[in-house]
Every structure is written in structure tokens, then in C-alpha cells.
Design a protein around this ligand. Sequence first.
Ligand SMILES: *[C@@H]1O[C@H](CO)[C@@H](O)[C@H](O)[C@H]1NC(C)=O
Ligand SMILES: *[C@@H]1O[C@H](CO)[C@@H](O)[C@H](O)[C@H]1NC(C)=O
Ligand SMILES: *[C@@H]1O[C@H](CO)[C@@H](O)[C@H](O)[C@H]1NC(C)=O
Length: 403
Amino acid sequence: MSMAVRSTRLVCGPRGALLLLLLVLLSALVVLHKVTQSPLLNQTKILQDHLRGQHGRYVRSTRTILLWTDFFGDPRWKLSWDTLGPQELRDELHCPVYQCEISNQHAFLPAVELYDAIVFHAAEMFPLLRPVPPQRSPHQAYVFALMEPPGETKHRLDDEQGFYNFTMTYRIDSDVFWPYGQLLDIATNAVVAPSVKPHWWKPPATFNDSLVWDFWSEKTKTAAWFVSHCETLSRREVLAKRLQEFFDVDIYGKCGTLSCIRGDPRCDEMLDTDYFFYLAFENSLCDDYVTEKLFDALQRTVIPVVFGGADYSRILPPHSYIDANRFETVEELAKYMSYVAGDPDLYVSYFWWRRHYRLVSSSPFCELCARLHAPAFGHKTQFYDDIQSWWFNSCRLESRIRL
Ligand SMILES: *[C@@H]1O[C@H](CO)[C@@H](O)[C@H](O)[C@H]1NC(C)=O
Ligand SMILES: *[C@@H]1O[C@H](CO)[C@@H](O)[C@H](O)[C@H]1NC(C)=O
Ligand SMILES: *[C@@H]1O[C@H](CO)[C@@H](O)[C@H](O)[C@H]1NC(C)=O
């Protein structure tokens, strides 16, 4: 009892105060030690520690994506900065899942195996021009990114078996879908196409629109085509030439006799005012392959005549385009085009979809970011054993319409 009293007195005395000070100092030292040793100060360590799967239920909030190659000479892949963080993904790209960092700076993280995903433009001549990453973690996804059809792919991909984990292309069955354009349902705000089985509204039995009608009444020329690659695998140039047997096809650019300066608004405006049809002909006949020319044409009051390898019902609303491959001969196609151009009610009815759908563009990096946050990522490994056949088996050389 007396011991306890004495010790109480001790603490309250001047020696007690000294002891207290010592204690405070000691804990300050411990905190300081903790702070200096904090993994926050060792980026490598914190990132290594937080690699998925190693810490059970702990989920790191930000994923990092490294752009390993350029994209057609553009190190930023059409993004606005060298490095984008969650804020840019949310505010600029409007990504629903935006907790990602995207950078083309190879030293953004201290070691290459720390990135969650590394994106390769498969049309670049790597590993010739830029060697592949020296180290690879089993937690990372190597991404095969490509927007050109197989026939335009600059290399054969035969040395890249088992290399890629994800595909990011215009093909709908890609892991990360990267379309040239998308259609959004105005009523639901949902993106409906391109997709495997879009749920389209039915075209109405009758449709009229005074704006389209007015344009129709001023149009005088049948078809326009802006083109710069003259000889193609799809032989679209033959189709255009054969159509010229039936009516004028105005060919702008290197492959034709007319010119319109790229970017001049007049070029697009004349599609509204002068032409009944725009030829949205693709250079290759490949699954899902449609380019921005098609989506550009949809912005104008002109009916696109499409020619490609895609199933266009996956991409565009019914009765909004004319598919050349629905005809057996060029003559049948030409006759049908002339018939539509000459019938204003029919012509105008091709624009019914504008009341229901709106064209939007989205960034593939939103989907990639979401994919890296999906529960499966980090729990399930996947890779392409034979990227070559996945990629090259999606094209045809013969069109249905006889050329
Ligand atoms: C950071 O952590 C890594 C991995 O634990 C270690 O190899 C490295 O030496 C650390 N760096 C510093 C500066 O402590
Ligand atoms: C469609 O609208 C135009 C212009 O408003 C009008 O001239 C035309 O008669 C209409 N067509 C039908 C079938 O109502
Ligand atoms: C990616 O593929 C490699 C095989 O090339 C594999 O070792 C790795 O675990 C895969 N990563 C993911 C995230 O699936």
C-alpha cells in the first residue's frame, strides 16, 4: 500500500515530470521512425506489397497503365497528356471507372513489372524498334492494341504467341472494345451498338422530317467518296468504278479527280447539300471492321452505302444505310440507289433513327481501366496462345456482291 502511494508521489514530483518528458520524446522518436520507414517513402515497396493477390482482401484503388509504344507516331495515343490520373479519366474521358493512371513515361513507376497493364500498338515494329520490357510480372496484363484490319498489320505476329493477355481492337469480341464510334439510345442513355445483338427500335411505318426533306429537294448529285488508299484488299475501288457505269460517283482525294481539303467544313457540308449517298467502303472485309468514315457520314444528312466485312446489323440501326453486300450485282445496287434517291418519302425514312439514337465516342482506356478493376483481374490469368489466328482468321477476300 505504502509502495503505491510512494510511486504516485514520485510521478507527481519533479522527477516524474522528467520521466513524462522522456516518455513523450520516446514516442515521438517511435513515430518519426515509423514515418521515415513508411512504405509511402518507398514507392517500389508499397507497390510491390499491394500487387493483387498478395494481401488477401486489400484492394489497391489505383491501377497503372503504361503505353509502351507510340500509336502511329503519337506517344500520347490521342490522349491530352503524357500522364493522366483519375481526375483526368473522370473529367476529360468521362470514364465510369476512373481509378487509373495512364502514362507513356517509362520511368513513371520505378520498375516495369509494377504496372498493372502495358499497352503495345501491335502495328509498331517492336521488338525491332523498341525492345519488349526486360521484366514481366505474372500479375500484369500485356495488351494487344490495334485499330487496323489484319491485312494492314505491319508484322506477322508469329513471334508473339503467348505474349498478350488482353486484346484491345475494333472487334466486338476483344477484351477491351475500341470502336471508331458508338450509338447511344437517347431514351435510356445506354450505349447500344456496336454490339453482338443490339436491341434496336423498329423503324416506324411512316416518317417525315422537314429538315431532311428540304435537303433532299436541293440535292443534285448521286454519290461522293473521300478516299486516299487506291488499291485495297476489299477491291472497293472496283465497286466504285462499276457504279460509275450507272451514275456519277465523285471521288475526292488521291484516287479521284476531285479534291477537298481535309478539315475544310465545306467538304462535310456538301454531303448535306449536294449528295444523296456517301460511299463508306472499307479497305478490308473483316469482322466488325468499320472505320470513322462511316460514323462521320452518319453525322450528315446523307445515306451511307456500306461495303465491308462487318455484319452491319451489329453496328447501325435497321433502315439507316444501304449494304452493298445485300445485292448480288452492282447493277441491282445501282438501281436501288437510284430508286431511293428519286423517292423523297423513302429517302427521308432512312433518317428515322436520329429521333432515337445519338453518336458518341468513348475512350478504350475507360474500358481498360474498368477491366483492371474487375474482380476477375488478379484472380484469373488469361493469355492468347495463338494471337495470330485470332487476329488473321477474321477476314475474307471475296465479297458477296459480284465485282
Ligand atoms: C524499397 O523497397 C524495395 C523492395 O522491398 C527494396 O528492394 C529497396 O531497397 C527499397 N528502397 C529503399 C530506398 O529502401
Ligand atoms: C414531309 O414533309 C415535307 C416538308 O415538311 C412535305 O412537303 C411533305 O409533303 C411531307 N410528306 C408527307 C408524306 O407527309
Ligand atoms: C499474362 O500472360 C502470361 C503468359 O504469357 C502469364 O504468365 C500471366 O500470368 C498473364 N497475366 C494475367 C494478368 O493474366
